[in-house]
Structures are given as structure tokens and as C-alpha cells.
Design a protein around this ligand. Structure first.
Ligand code: ARG
Length: 652
């Protein structure tokens, strides 16, 4: 009995569910059928429908152009970002250059939302030849809207805000007081009566009149007698001539419009240079405001394609010897390597070959000319970087990789004689999980500074000095005492490494002033052990002990082949540079340089890299950082400098 009742209940519930589902399905079908086959007789275009009648598709038509220009690019972006259609159709009669820079950016922003659709250019209308391409486009937009419905926009119509409120009508069109309708912006259902009548009116086509069929006929013959066929938009579509407001003023009221016709191919606009990527910002006018308002909505990595196009011009000049350079970049970059790397991008931080070479392009006097934006780039751009690295570090062709990291037996390192004025060892480190210098965001810089600072403050006795908080006298004093870096240098800057300077930069100084850590200068970390005189042993020992502490708190970027990774490939491997400042009694600078070279050492000026020798004080250090262990690098300096000192003494 109970069982039966339960079965009956189950049956009833199932039956109700089936009825409900069938109803749901048919109501869905019928509503979509009514939407698609809408019959608009008697439709009220003043009130509109509560439903969204017009599909959320934006249509652009471009005839005879294989590329998207700057204005089209900006307008399409504005339509996508400010209106947010479900997709955007670009109807064209020719094959578009998909690799073009603007189309590449549009693709990366819109993905599959951008549909490039072949549309033959109409040649005739009702048997009469269409006189000009503009008339063909006038007809084509009516055909496209009759086929799909949606929002038609001229390629120079900027969309200020969402047009959704106009999708509740059969058709909405800009029709200012006392003027003809503007066919630059048409929002229409595909069955809109006005579209059919307008197309029919082309039976009376006037080839010699510019705006007869495009504006005069639809206004005078169709809409004046039957204004209810459309939802009249007086000013909000910005179809009137707004040339002064756009190009000669900073017009605040643009935000009241939904769309604005930019008049890009119009007689009103005398100076067309303003319509380019290079010049638009110079006008300080509404047009520049509009452009910046959309560009600022696009992520930097997507826009990098634009900057890259300018860099590519420069690179071509560089490869063609129109820019002279003796850098390793110039020596190793061939057109083939460039062609191969041009379309590569790292997945971690979206870095390109342009990020790598831009320091060399903006500083033709570079000796190296590359900086590496993220650790992945060392592999992605290997065909360029490895030859440069081998050349710089004097590595054999068959170099198998950096030997294991080892500080060696510290006790075998001794002291220099009294000729040595001061000694310094520095190490560079990158922290895993962050990009390298040029790709660090402001927040990355701040976060990294905070992390390292707290490790230092908890484990060492000293003080952290943040660069933005430092007084100018204090900063100068640190620079003069060779404690701190100077301003961000032009090589670093050219590589994109001075962003948000001085944010996140600073120096940690131990109480005895012998242990320093730079944060976010060229590298995430530069760790320095230094002292007056020549006690290399004590200085090395302090460095090793400090590194052991840091290593137990921070995870450093390390690669099995390249060793420790840094922003500049000259520092990878050990990252270690041990240098002594000293004055010779007998040897001349050129003799010292010759000797040093044979011993794997390098001579720099008194104030380090890119400086001159002053008062006979030279800076001697290991030339290579890669292809030898930390211990070997130190030992090279220890034995090498001693050898040169002996020669100098013998010369007495
Ligand atoms: N980028 C500079 C050049 O190519 C410097 C290279 C080595 N120095 C450095 N601070 N990373 O000449």
C-alpha cells in the first residue's frame, strides 16, 4: 500500500517535470523565433521593447584596405572595451594582413571575439553601377544589417559608452535637429522596416550626389513622412560635425555622447597628422583624451607590440649598419636570428626579443648591449644570448655549463701587500618568482624590498636606508665613499630597468660598514663585503658567512647550465666580482692592462665601470663570472694581483 502511494507520487512528479521542461523548451523556441522573425508592424519606437531586440554584434566595413590604421584601431578598441559586444565583425573585401601591429593588438584583446568576414564589395544597385567606394559601403551596411542585425559603425566612430539602451528598438539612428540622418551609426534589428525601405529607395540611385541616397532620401522621403519607423537620436550618436570640439579643444561634454564620429577622412580635418600614433598626443585636444582613454585600458604586454614596431625600425637600421656599434649584440645578432626570435614570447612575463636588445639599441656604445627581462628569457632567446655569453666570458665552443657552486677552502686565501688601498667582493642574486629588473612592477619592487629588508634586519646588525627617504647629502656621501650606486645609469634605463625609480631601492649597511646590500638597483640584490687595505681572506670569509645566512632565508634563481641568473648576462654564473683598488709604483697603466688580461683580470677606472683612472689608482678584478667556481674566481684575483704586484716590485 505504502509502496504504491510512493510510486504514484514519483510518477506525478516525473510527469510534472516533463510538462515543465517541454514548456520551457517551446517557450524558448517561440521566443527566439519571434526575436528572429520579428514583425515590427505597429511597433512603438519611442517606447521600445522591454527586451533587447538587437543582437549584440558590432559591424565594421572596410573596403580595399589590407591593414588596420591607427584610427580604425582606436575606434575598434573603443567599441570592444566601452560597449562590450558578444563579437565584432570586420567585413572586408580583401585579405587582411594578420601580422600587422594594430591587428595583432586587437586580436590579443578580443581573441575569437573579433571575426574577420569576407564581404564582396557591391558593384551595382538595382542594375546601376555604384559610382564610388563610399556608396558601395553605404549599400553594404544596409545589406549587412538586414542579414545579421546589430550595431553598424563607420571605421572612424569612437564608442564612448555602452549602446545597450538602443538595442530595445527596431532601429535607432542619429538624426539631429534640422539635418539629415547620419548613417555612421545604425543600431537595427535585421527586420527593421526602415532598412527595407531604405534599400528599396536605391531604385532611385543618384551616382553623382555624395549624400543623396545615404542621407537625403532616408530623411526626406522615408522618415519625415513616417518618423515612427526609427528611434530618433538627436545628439547622442555624435554624427554632426564635431571637428572643433575634437581637434581644437578639450571638450568635456564628450562623455554625454554614446558615440562620436571622428571625421577622419573628412574635409573638416585639415591636419591629418594628428590621426597617427606618433602625433596624436601632441594636440592636447579631445581626440588625444579619447585615444588615451582606450589605450590605458589595454595591458602593457598587449601594447608592447606597438612599442616593438618602433624598436624594429631601429633594429633594422642597426642590422643595416646605419647605426654604428662595436657591441657584442652587433657582433652576434644576424637577420636570421632576429627573424627566428621576433615572434617568441616568454610565458612567465611576456618578454620579447625587443626587451632583450633595447638597451643596446638606445646605447650604441654598449660593450655588450643586452639585458635579460626574466630568467626564462635565457632559454627562449638562447640563440642570441649564448653566443654573447660565450664571447664575453671567454668560454669554449663546447662549454658544458657552470660548475657546481662552491666557496672552496677560504683559509687558502691570504692578504695583499700594502700597495692595495681597498678590497671589495660583490655577488648578485635574483629572487625566484619575480621577473628580472625591467619587468618588475612597482608592487614587485616594494614587495621584494620588504622581504629582503626584514631578513637583513632579523639576521644582521645594521641599518636599512631607503633611497626615496634619504636626504641628498646622505646619498651623496654614500656615493663618494663607494658605498652606494649613483643614479640609475643609461644602459639600465635603455633596458627598461629604471622604472619607478627610486621606489623600492635602497641600501643596507652593517654597523661596521663592511657588509652592504643594495636592493633593486641593477639586480634584485647586490651583496658586498669590503674594507680598506688588502685583507682578501677576511673579506671573502665575511661574504661567505653572510651568504650562508641569506641562502637559508631566500630562494635564489639558479640554472643548472648558467649558474646564478642576473639581469645582465655578464654577471651570471658565480656573479662574483672581487676587486682591489691599488696604486703601482713602476708599471704603467698599459703594462698593467696587458698583464691583467693574460691573468684573466680586468682593469677599470677609479670609480668603477665606465670611469677613468684618476691619480694612478686602478681597479683590478676578475674578468669572468661564468665558467669557473666562486673559489676559482677569488683565487684568480688573489694570485693574479700578487703576480702583477711582484712585477711592479721587481721594477724598483
Ligand atoms: N649594458 C652595458 C653594456 O652593454 C653594461 C654591461 C655590463 N655591466 C653591467 N653593469 N651589467 O655596455
Amino acid at each position: 500500500m505504502r509502496k504504491n502511494r510512493f510510486a504514484a507520487l514519483l510518477l506525478l512528479i516525473s510527469a510534472l517535470l516533463i510538462i515543465y521542461l517541454v514548456k520551457l523548451e517551446t517557450s524558448y523556441l517561440s521566443s527566439s523565433r519571434t526575436l528572429a522573425n520579428y514583425d515590427f508592424s505597429g511597433f512603438n519606437n519611442t517606447v521600445g521593447s522591454r527586451k533587447l531586440l538587437v543582437p549584440n554584434i558590432i559591424h565594421f566595413i572596410i573596403f580595399d584596405k589590407t591593414d588596420v590604421d591607427f584610427v580604425m584601431f582606436v575606434c575598434m578598441l573603443s567599441a570592444w572595451l566601452n560597449h562590450r559586444p558578444s563579437h565584432m565583425m570586420l567585413h572586408t573585401n580583401v585579405k587582411m594582413e594578420e601580422k600587422s601591429k594594430y591587428l595583432t593588438v586587437l586580436r590579443s584583446v578580443m581573441g575569437d571575439g573579433l571575426v574577420i568576414q569576407h564581404l564582396p564589395q557591391p558593384s551595382h544597385v538595382f542594375g546601376v553601377k555604384l559610382a564610388i567606394v563610399h556608396h558601395a559601403a553605404d549599400v553594404a551596411r544596409l545589406q549587412v544589417l538586414s542579414k545579421y542585425g546589430g550595431i553598424y559603425l563607420d571605421w572612424d566612430v569612437f564608442v564612448v559608452k555602452s549602446l545597450n539602451s538602443f538595442r530595445h528598438y527596431e532601429c535607432a539612428i542619429g538624426w539631429p535637429e534640422g539635418a539629415y540622418t547620419g548613417n555612421q551609426v545604425i543600431v537595427a534589428h535585421k527586420n527593421a522596416r526602415f532598412l527595407k525601405l531604405w534599400l528599396q529607395s536605391y531604385r532611385d540611385y543618384h551616382p553623382s550626389e555624395w549624400y543623396y541616397n545615404g542621407g537625403e532620401v532616408p530623411t526626406k522621403q522615408i522618415l519625415v513622412p513616417r518618423p515612427g519607423l526609427v528611434h530618433r537620436v538627436y545628439t547622442e550618436f555624435g554624427v554632426e560635425a564635431l571637428d572643433k570640439e575634437l581637434y581644437q579643444q578639450n571638450w568635456q561634454d564628450y562623455s554625454k555622447r554614446y558615440t562620436i564620429h571622428l571625421l577622419a577622412s573628412h574635409k573638416y580635418l585639415h591636419d591629418k597628422a594628428v590621426l597617427t600614433e606618433e602625433e596624436y598626443n601632441k594636440c592636447n585636444c579631445t581626440f588625444a583624451t579619447l585615444v588615451n582613454s582606450v589605450i590605458s585600458q589595454v595591458a602593457d604586454e598587449q601594447l608592447s607590440v606597438l612599442n616593438n614596431a618602433a624598436l624594429e625600425d631601429k633594429l633594422t637600421k642597426y642590422l643595416n649598419n646605419q647605426i654604428q656599434s662595436n657591441s657584442l649584440l652587433k657582433k652576434h645578432l644576424t637577420p636570421e636570428i632576429f627573424a627566428d626570435l621576433k615572434h617568441q614570447m616568454t610565458s612567465s612575463f611576456h618578454s620579447t626579443i625587443f626587451d632583450v636588445v633595447k638597451t643596446g639599441l638606445s646605447n650604441p656604445d654598449s660593450s655588450v648591449g643586452v639585458l635579460v627581462p626574466d630568467t626564462e628569457s635565457y632559454h627562449t632567446f638562447k640563440s642570441l644570448l649564448l653566443p654573447i655569453i660565450k664571447d664575453y666570458h671567454h668560454l669554449p665552443e663546447d662549454f658544458v655549463g657552470q660548475p657546481n657552486h662552491t666557496w672552496g677552502n677560504v683559509n687558502t686565501i691570504g692578504k695583499f701587500g700594502s700597495e692595495v688601498i681597498s678590497t671589495r667582493i660583490r655577488i648578485a642574486r635574483s629572487i625566484e618568482g619575480y621577473p628580472l629588473n625591467s619587468k618588475m612592477t612597482k608592487q614587485n619592487l616594494i614587495d621584494l624590498e620588504q622581504t629582503v629588508r626584514s631578513v637583513l634586519e632579523q639576521n644582521f646588525a645594521g641599518t636599512y636606508h631607503s633611497l626615496p627617504e634619504m636626504t641628498e647629502e646622505f646619498r651623496k656621501d654614500l656615493v663618494d665613499r663607494h658605498f652606494m650606486f649613483e643614479d640609475c645609469d643609461r644602459f639600465n634605463k635603455g633596458g627598461g630597468g629604471c622604472q619607478h625609480w627610486p621606489t623600492g631601492r635602497g641600501i643596507y649597511i652593517s654597523n661596521d660598514e663592511k657588509f652592504l646590500v643594495w636592493i633593486n638597483e641593477e639586480d634584485h640584490l647586490r651583496i658586498i663585503s669590503m674594507d680598506k687595505g688588502g685583507d682578501l681572506f677576511a673579506i671573502y670569509k665575511r661574504l661567505v658567512e653572510s651568504m650562508n645566512i641569506l641562502e637559508s632565508h631566500l630562494k635564489f634563481a639558479h640554472d643548472p647550465y648558467y649558474g646564478f641568473l642576473t639581469f645582465c648576462p655578464t654577471n651570471i654564473g658565480t656573479t662574483l666580482r672581487a676587486s682591489v683598488h691599488l696604486k703601482f709604483n713602476n708599471l704603467k697603466q698599459s703594462e698593467v692592462k696587458n698583464e691583467a688580461k693574460q691573468l684573466g683580470l680586468q682593469v677599470r677606472g677609479t670609480h668603477g665601470e665606465h670611469s677613468d683612472v684618476k691619480g694612478g689608482i686602478m681597479d683590478i678584478s676578475n674578468a669572468r663570472r661564468l665558467g669557473l667556481t666562486e673559489y676559482e674566481a677569488i683565487n684568480q684575483v688573489y694570485t693574479g694581483v700578487n703576480k702583477i704586484l711582484d712585477l711592479d716590485r721587481q721594477g724598483k
